[in-house]
Design a protein around this ligand. Sequence first.
Ligand code: MG
Ligand code: MG
Ligand code: MG
Length: 307
Amino acid sequence: MEKILIFGHKSPDTDSVVSAYVLANLEQKLGKNVEACRLGNLNKETKYVFDYLNLEAPTLIKEVEEKQPVILVDHNEFPQSVDGIQKASIMKVVDHHRIKEFETEEPLYYRAEPLGCTCSIIYKLYQENQVEITKEIAILMLSAIISDTLLFKSPTCTPEDKEIASKLQEIAGIDIEKYGLEMLKAGTDLSDSTAEDLIKLDAKEVMIGNFKAQIAQVNTASIPDVMKRQAELEVAIENMIQERELALFVLAITDIINSNSQVIALGEKADIVEKAYQVKLENHTALLEGIVSRKKQILPVLSSAAQ
Ligand code: MG
Ligand code: MG
Ligand code: MG
């Protein structure tokens, strides 16, 4: 049986990498020939998690061959997936995002739930298949839930995510607040990232209405620290707009302590941001109070403003 590759989205975040890892572990326990992969370098937050557990990260891949069997986690939209996805054979998807820019030739297993984290869904798959969750797997899943929900503070976090996290905590035996804050803080160290790195760290290419956009996000404990670099960030963003022929690029600089985002918006459709949030972009930037979730508070809001 040909090996099935499991991976999350490009510009991988903790949920994307960990979901591939823990779903591969489950599939292997069920006798499947699978390999966990990732589509980019680990960010510092994810590196913190794998270093903490002294684990090797999933295999880096850039593209897949025609007919390669694959399982997608934490994404479904082809523009966010591996190069060659159109010709791959998608066996399964486990995801918690909107469904768009996705189609297959063959029937597949598709598991979508509107939870705060893909790992919360994978937790349920472990239960359904009666596969034991080890301490290591529990810490991995908890890390992904903490990351995606910003320590349960994001509006994407559901009561079910919290319930699952507390069950995982019993197995993991760690102090969630202490571990979680340290993990999130590790991800905010952007000191040695170039402006180009920074805008690609957690970027998603999406269709908003009928135009192509990228929404990137960086977490920080201090918005002014990141805004000091606005000029060089704008140069990098303008280059990306040219390279990818984007009508809009939004960089959300998210304060994980106070739950606000400062956005920098560039591109011919930048005024959509003003319309969507009733703010004025001054020098291409505005503060969006209480906005932390790209999935729930940015993407749908921009999409409806574009209509
Ligand atoms: Mg993700
Ligand atoms: Mg996720
Ligand atoms: Mg995210």
